[in-house]
Design a protein around this ligand. Structure first.
Ligand code: GDP
Length: 299
């Protein structure tokens, strides 16, 4: 929680500066509401949540003097309401082992690191995990995954650079069945430079897995980098269509993060947010808590 608070401190400070400009000795009128709307949109909160906040303030305080504290408390409450329905724990269905988690997202958003942290959580909970180095384009990604495999005691299935990712994904699934794994986590490439190729590759991975069991992959987890602001929204739109994303992780919320976009994404997509990344270490993956996040955003 401390890391989340300090990670979001930059946006909260920016917000504070902007809010104090708005509230200095002014009554809440249409102009103030307009200024406030601009500030909230600038914080990437999105139109829907911004309107919720300005409507709520307008309903309770129109024509009265406004303090920064009033705004922050309404903001925390309304943001909390938007986030509450998406703050869900990742549930694994172990009745059909292995549970398959496909991890997608643009390169650099934290896929491999999140896989490592997740594997650590699961293995500590007594589950057996197999990792699949499905980003067959980058030697570094394959190496990184092997390191996480060693650190978490998980078998890593990999192949040579440039090999077909879909066959690798299937091999990893078959191997995980064979070695009695509870969960198999599949890394993928995220080269947004060549969208057509990326789409074809992800679609093929999903298709090949489905040929064996229509319920696969059970979880399609997308990583989003909290420092990239509005880009994260575009990325969800792309990967949701291509890969059937059904859960999110927001990473790098420890740095100088701009977390507002997660609120806009929650309002638009209603996808569960399972975890947040708050650092590069093995323990830096935390369950997503709506109220903590809302309070950190509102400052
Ligand atoms: P990938 O290309 O999507 O697999 O991304 P990586 O897992 O390789 O991560 C890219 C960089 O971001 C690496 O330097 C990671 O250590 C770093 N990273 C990942 N998650 C976090 C996080 O939650 N916080 C911080 N500060 N860095 C992170």
């Amino acid at each position: 929680l401390q890391k989340l608070r300090s990670g979001l401190s930059r946006s909260s400070r920016e917000l504070g500066n902007n809010l104090s400009g708005i509230v200095s000795k002014r009554k809440l009128d249409d102009d103030t509401l307009q200024d406030l709307e601009d500030v909230l949109l600038q914080a990437d909160l999105g139109m829907e949540t911004t309107t919720r906040i300005t409507d709520a303030l307008s309903a309770s305080r129109y024509g009265r003097e406004l303090t920064e504290k009033d705004i922050r408390s309404v903001m925390a409450r309304e943001v909390g309401r938007v986030l509450e329905p998406v703050a869900k724990p990742l549930e694994l269905d172990l009745s059909h082992k292995p549970h398959v988690v496909l991890v997608v997202g643009v390169n650099g958003t934290g896929k491999t690191t999140t896989i490592g942290k997740l594997a650590a959580k699961l293995t500590r909970g007594g589950l057996k995990v197999t990792l699949a180095a499905g980003d067959t384009f980058r030697a570094a990604a394959i190496e990184q995954l092997h390191i996480w495999g060693e650190r978490t005691g998980s078998e890593v299935i990999s192949t040579k650079l440039g090999a077909d990712a879909a066959s690798l994904a299937y091999d990893a699934y078959a191997r995980a069945k064979e070695n009695g794994s509870d969960v198999v986590i599949i890394d993928t490439a995220g080269r947004l430079q060549n969208k057509a190729e990326l789409m074809a590759e992800l679609e093929k991975i999903v298709r090949v897995l489905r040929k064996h069991d229509n319920a696969l992959p059970h979880t399609v987890l997308q990583t989003l980098d909290a420092t990239t602001g509005q880009n994260a929204m575009n990325q969800v739109e792309i990967f949701r269509n291509v890969a059937g994303v059904n859960g999110l992780v927001m990473t790098k919320l420890d740095g100088s993060a701009r977390g507002g976009i997660l609120v806009a994404i929650a309002a638009r997509h209603q996808l569960p947010v399972y975890f947040i990344g708050v650092g590069e270490d093995i323990d830096d993956l935390e369950p997503f808590e709506a109220d903590d996040f809302a309070n950190a955003i509102a400052g």
